[in-house]
Write a protein that binds this ligand. Structure first.
Ligand SMILES: *Cc1c(COP(=O)(O)O)cnc(C)c1O
Length: 366
């Protein structure tokens, strides 16, 4: 099959409308493209209810570029960042801080344990040199949901700044910047907004980004410079991913027509429920307890059979038109199935059928 259904956390399956929006070539200096950028940024800020306090700064590249830009621009060189760690994307933040030469304090958790607000608060109280907390909202490595609101409140109580990687949760799980204190919220075009990959964005408190002049180590990743230039000219610094922005505009229109975050989150929750139920009927087990599971991506234990090989399962399921995702745990063998993208329970059921059929063909009985 030439157009497989992606059950991955991005890139993900996009609608025909979103793909169609890429059939126009835009001039980056053209007023119409500036308006496109402005409308996309406006709607993104509004999704998080940040229009009175925050600004959306778009950035070329994948989501990690935006994470690195946010940390490099908002954490001063003498800053110290607390990172609650329960998975691969938390560890990526720690790596970025290492590259940037910013001090990191890591609070390790088990990968099936949500970031613990009490431990975070105690660590902040014990070390007044910590300036920031960098939290992953939905840790896509496993699919676990971290308690963002409670952590944000405690970080604010301690007078520190919070930077949130909401890459895989933004637009699917509610985040309200008017009642949850967050200085920078990071996500990207090709996740739950269901655009195509190619741009990240940071929804930053206006006062914080305005004060961050000259901090960044990198020209290309300097969010303050990107923000200031956009404000002055309406244009991106450097060549914008025009087709990605146009696709994101179309994707945002569909997101709003669907009913926004609540409706999208409900669709993903149905996908997730259908997936977990179907896989359990096959005898497969989830890595996370249901109450810790975000409706974004689900980690399954590999079936306990000596002949099981994820690459073979992947290929068999791929031949039937579906793309799975490998596991990211170091200790145990797992694989992941995404619930997000322009798909519904029908596609998820077909994917479970394809997995079932492939396991049978390969003689994996368990
Ligand atoms: C997808 C994702 C990222 C960004 O990854 P890229 O490969 O750079 O797009 C960062 N954090 C989380 C939690 C993610 O899910």
């Amino acid at each position: 099959m030439n157009t497989p259904i992606l059950l991955t956390p991005g890139p993900l399956t996009t609608s025909a409308q979103t793909k169609q929006a890429m059939l126009v070539d835009w001039g980056s200096w053209d007023q119409s493209f500036n308006q496109l950028t402005a409308s996309v940024c406006h709607d993104i800020t509004q999704i998080a209810n940040g229009q009175d306090t925050h600004v959306c700064i778009p950035l070329q590249g994948s989501g990690t570029f935006a994470v690195e830009a946010a940390l490099g621009t908002l954490v001063p060189r003498g800053g110290k960042v607390l990172v609650p760690n329960n998975g691969a994307y938390c560890q990526r933040i720690v790596r970025i801080l290492g590259y940037l030469g910013r001090q990191a304090v890591v609070i390790d958790h088990r990968e099936d344990e949500p970031a613990n607000p009490e431990r975070i608060e105690a660590a902040l109280a014990a070390d007044t040199h910590i300036t920031h907390v960098a939290l992953v909202h939905c840790e896509t490595g496993t699919g676990i949901l971290n308690p963002l609101h409670e952590i944000a409140q405690r970080v604010a109580d301690q007078g520190r700044s919070l930077i949130v990687d909401a890459m895989s949760s933004f637009a699917a799980l509610p985040i309200d910047l008017a009642c949850t204190p967050i200085d920078a919220l990071i996500a990207a075009s090709g996740k739950c907004l269901e655009g195509v990959p190619g741009m990240g964005f940071v929804i930053a408190r206006q006062d914080k980004i305005a004060a961050a002049s000259g901090t960044c180590h990198s020209l290309a990743l300097d969010l303050h410079d990107q923000w200031a230039y956009l404000r002055k000219t309406g244009q991106w610094r450097f060549t914008p991913p025009t087709h990605v922005v146009a696709a994101l505009r179309a994707a945002l229109d569909q997101f709003l027509a669907e009913g926004g975050t609540a409706s999208r989150g409900a669709r993903y929750q149905n996908n997730c429920n259908t997936l977990v139920k179907g896989m359990r009927e096959l005898g497969l087990h989830t890595f996370l307890a249901d109450e810790l599971q975000a409706p974004i991506i689900v980690t399954f234990h590999a079936p306990a059979h000596p002949d099981f090989d994820f690459n073979r399962l992947y290929q068999g399921v791929r031949d039937k038109g579906f793309i799975l995702y490998p596991g990211k745990l170091t200790q145990i063998e797992t694989f992941r199935v995404g619930c997000i993208g322009a798909i519904g329970t029908h596609e998820v059921s077909l994917a479970v059928d394809a997995i079932s059929q492939t396991l049978r063909e390969q003689g994996i009985h368990f």
